[in-house]
Design a protein around this ligand. Sequence first.
Ligand code: ZN
Length: 335
Amino acid sequence: MGYSFEKLPQLVDMRGKLPSNGSYVNVGVNAKTTRVWHHSLTNSDLAGSTAEAFARFHVTGNGWPGIGYHFVVEPKNLIKGPDGRMRARIVWAHDPGVKSYHVGNSNKQAVGICVAGDYRSEKLAEATLLTISELHAAFIRDGIGKEDKAHNEMPGYSWKPCCVFDYRAAFYFNPPVKVVQPAPLPGEYVIQEGDTFFSIAGQDGPAGITTEDLIAANPDVDPRKLKVGQVIKLGKAKNAHTPVPGTPKKPQETYKYPLPAGVLKSGAKGEAVKQLQRALDAVYFKSGVNDGSYGPKTVDAVKRFQMVYLPYEVDGVYGPNTRKRLQAVLKSKGY
Ligand SMILES: [Zn+2]
């Protein structure tokens, strides 16, 4: 016997078909008390605003076993129902009983629904509202969860701009929706299950905190080894790396380890490569060479660096993103 949500015409079952690297535990639907509503903070019409793209980001960027959400609503993919009305597509990503990562320490009790879009600036389209209200009604019929919460109504996440739309109004398809402001960013943050620097900063960073800021402000924290309960600087990390707007940029030659601009890769030679090798050495990603020649040892050092600080771009090529993270790590070591 299946669930009634399975009969929604706009639902596609993609369980087991999205990018993954391992699997989450299924704790059973009876463990689920809370339906947690998210938005993706990516504009709903972007190519990346799909369950597929979120799954790739969660797996390669956050190092999670699979997509964090159980359901993703995709406003840009419209499906016409038997009544002729358009509905936003629902991607079914996990059984409701699966304990995936989307609300830290509450993952076990929570079913995650992500509505693609950035509702700090966008409005929910009618097709999206219809889908949210139908999916919610199905959850009630199916006995999945007992209450609804926004991500930022869950313990520890009051600062998160997620989801800022009024999800309760959406259940009753009652536009216009009002925008809910998240609480101010706390100075410090306690690590919850599944958190990474990359997931905490989010795609564009809550309130302007970037991954680079987190790295620079938390020099003693190894981003590979975050522990539940560990305290990191969050609000206090603001502008730790990202300069305060209006601050003139320091020229690279004034740094102890200036970083070359542009792209460097296997086969490159010269002073720029030497600078890169020196900088990597200084932050303990030793290449063992300082010969200005981008050979296998340099590729290996860059890859090791990327595995830690840029896990979705491990290609051994030095470019603008590697440069930004390397600059942040140098800064965190006092250079
Ligand atoms: Zn969220």
